[in-house]
Design a protein around this ligand. Structure first.
Ligand SMILES: [Zn+2]
Length: 311
């Protein structure tokens, strides 16, 4: 309880319910977790409600993917900048899970729906903090899972989610002079190299398990074992738990292939096998492709972007 709040109640005798509505902190309950939204500067309406809806929708998408919200409690500090958009997102587990992020003061509901950053930061909560040289896995998981989680929640379409990956992942391929992911801390290799690792892991786990398991099962197991941003882990421990959950040592093998050495898969062949065909700036699904069922298991298509199925 804020001291100022009590003081105002004492002085003015104003009904606490009225004052409570005017305090800047908000508590949201999503999938059993408590999300405290702290406004650095109190917004007016309707901006306050738009922010709360944005936090709730992002949290819902993350909880849907992981089967739970990553941590029981998180503080999200919202700053506002002039104009529109979302920027400067950061997640940390030091002294409790928290996220800082800046939203445009002129943002509309559409601007918030178009944002990926809040979901990206929340996904960071669902993986342990690992040594700096493995930073690519933390960013890679957030970059890879974010569009899939938002598509499954019906916030974006499956086509848009795959478009994001098809256009982004080539930036993660090794360039001349690059070494493995642990030894090439460039932007492209950290964010998209990590996402490429996740994509290859997801497809390979599904191939080897007859599409019964995927990266999602590995990530859920790591989270259930306590692998959150609040805990420092050895990366190998996380991969062991993930591999045990899926029953196939894909994370370990792929890490041996990509951690210290360069590995450049044939992406055009991968998209062809998954039945993901870029066509005039859009993505067209080919359901006759040999691995189309794997593609659909990763990111099920919907009749429309606003038509999520319950799962
Ligand atoms: Zn990040």
């Amino acid at each position: 309880m804020h001291r100022l709040f009590l003081l105002l109640v004492a002085i003015a005798g104003i009904a606490p319910a009225v004052l409570a509505a005017a305090t800047p902190d908000e508590r949201l309950q999503v999938a059993g977790a408590t999300i405290t939204v702290v406004f650095v500067t109190p917004p007016g309406e309707p901006l306050r409600q738009l922010v709360l809806d944005w936090v709730t929708a992002s949290a819902g998408a993350v909880a849907l993917y992981y089967g739970q919200y990553p941590v029981p409690q998180v503080e999200i500090r919202i700053d506002f900048h002039s104009g529109r958009g979302v920027r400067s997102g950061r997640a940390s587990g030091w002294r409790g899970a928290h996220i800082t992020i800046s939203a445009g003061a002129a943002n509309t509901a559409r601007d918030f729906a178009a944002d990926w950053m809040m979901t990206h930061e929340m996904i960071h909560l669902a993986f342990p903090s690992v040594a700096e040289r493995h930073h690519w896995i933390e960013e890679g998981i957030s970059v890879y899972v974010e569009p899939i989680a938002r598509a499954r929640a019906g916030i974006i379409s499956a086509e848009d989610a795959w478009k994001d990956l098809v256009e982004g992942v080539p930036q993660g391929l090794p360039e001349a002079g690059d070494r493995g992911l642990d030894f090439t801390p460039t932007w492209g290799r950290t964010y998209w190299g990590g996402a490429l690792f996740c994509l290859l892991a997801d497809v390979e786990i599904r191939r080897r398990t007859g599409n019964r398991q995927g990266l999602q099962d590995a990530l859920r197991a790591i989270l259930r074992a306590g692998g959150t941003i609040e805990n420092d882990w050895d990366l190998r421990r996380a991969f062991e738990i993930g591999d045990r959950a899926t029953g196939v040592p894909v994370l370990r093998e792929l890490y041996e292939k990509m951690g210290a050495a360069t590995y450049a898969p044939d992406l055009a062949a991968l998209w062809r096998e998954l039945g993901i065909e870029p066509h005039a700036g859009r993505i067209v699904f080919n359901d006759r492709a040999p691995q189309a069922s794997i593609r659909d298991a990763i990111d099920p298509p919907r009749k429309s972007a606003r038509d999520p199925v319950g799962q």
